[in-house]
Design a protein around this ligand. Structure first.
Ligand code: UDP
Ligand code: MG
Length: 326
């Protein structure tokens, strides 16, 4: 029995609140939305629980907002649409969905049908076993080879650095209990990675295997650059280990350099001044310069993060919310 469901609903919950909220970020997905609706709503109707779908339009420049508004007109009882006035990124879109959803359990899903909506039932069944967070592992990834390889390598590194043990970080089909979403809602961080944040708050996380298909329509919004950025964010927002490694490495290298100086002085006294070895010296110098630049960049990552936190700008700007009055 799920402890969060066993207890009486907290005072701030409304009797009409749904059991399940499905939060879906949408950015330029005009070609796939009709198919998404056609599969998502029947799958949810079949669950036999009260649900809501919260679409967050992340500043799409195509017809997506109009298509979402039409869907709201079709199923206003179970559909809510949050419209951003610009593109703030997938994770902020989900954060907005979290801030506005009302469900006891919250599932996040991508709009591109890479994860089958039918698998929501699998996540919920796992939650019934008492888990407050259920992640997902893609059964067979339909992505290009370099992305599979890169995400494997990144997962390993991240698990080491942050102790966040998520098998498949790229898969957004996940289920969270209301408790966890409330905790996430209290975090004011500007750039975060929601599955990792949830994992940290979770008492009893679990993972299930879900299907993974090719994008139904449109193309991935993530370039190699933005994937690298995401991973930097992931490490720097959950761990200071890279900085600590760096200071350790700095210590080791300066100790080594100190020894080298002593050695050269000794050599000078015993054998006399050396002439050759210029290129070796270059090699060492370039290595150290490279290391120093990397270190400055790394510190910059953290400083940048602090900078965006202290500015305290709003994480997103909502231009309208389509929902039924109650
Ligand atoms: N998305 C978003 N804002 C963005 C980029 C993406 O809301 O700036 C949404 C997108 O519409 C989709 C989900 O986030 O629902 C995942 O994006 P995508 O499928 O491009 O990522 P991938 O599956 O390639 O990692
Ligand atoms: Mg996708």
């Amino acid at each position: 029995m799920n402890p969060t469901l066993a207890s009486a609903p907290p005072a701030d919950r409304h009797p009409d609140d749904p059991v399940l909220s499905v939060v879906i970020p949408v950015y330029n997905e005009e070609d796939g939305l009709a198919q998404l609706f056609a599969r998502l709503y029947p799958a949810l109707d079949q669950l036999g629980v009260r649900y809501e779908v919260v679409f967050v339009n992340d500043g799409s420049r195509d017809r997506s907002p109009g298509i979402l508004a039409e869907q709201f007109d079709r199923r206003p009882d179970v559909t809510r649409v949050i419209l951003f006035n610009g593109n703030f990124g997938q994770h902020r879109a989900i954060l907005a969905g979290f801030a506005h959803c009302r469900g006891e359990r919250i599932v996040t899903l991508d709009a591109d049908l890479q994860n089958p909506p039918e698998d929501i039932a699998t996540l919920l069944a796992k939650m019934d076993e008492g888990h407050d967070y259920v992640g997902s592992i893609r059964r067979q990834r339909h992505d290009v080879a370099w992305r599979k390889w890169a995400s494997k390598a990144m997962n390993r590194l991240r698990a080491k650095l942050t102790r966040i043990d998520i098998t498949d970080q790229g898969c957004m089909l996940r289920a969270y209990s209301r408790n966890i979403v409330s905790l996430i809602n209290q975090c004011g961080e500007m750039n975060t990675f929601i599955p990792a944040l949830a994992y940290q708050f979770s008492r009893n996380p679990a993972e299930v295997v879900v299907g993974h298909e090719e994008r139904f329509a449109g193309e991935s919004k993530y370039s190699l650059y933005s994937l690298i950025r995401l991973n930097f964010d992931l490490v720097t927002s959950f761990s200071v280990v890279p900085l600590q490694w760096f200071s350790l490495m700095g210590m080791a290298i300066s100790a080594g350099a100190g020894l080298l100086v002593l050695l050269l002085i000794g050599r000078r006294i015993v054998i006399g001044p050396e002439e050759g070895g210029l290129f070796t010296l270059f090699a060492i110098a370039f290595f150290l310069i490279g290391l120093a630049l990397f270190g400055i960049g790394l510190i910059g990552e953290y400083v940048g993060r602090i900078y965006s936190e202290v500015r305290q700008r709003p994480r997103y700007v909502i231009s309208a919310i389509l929902e039924q009055k109650r």
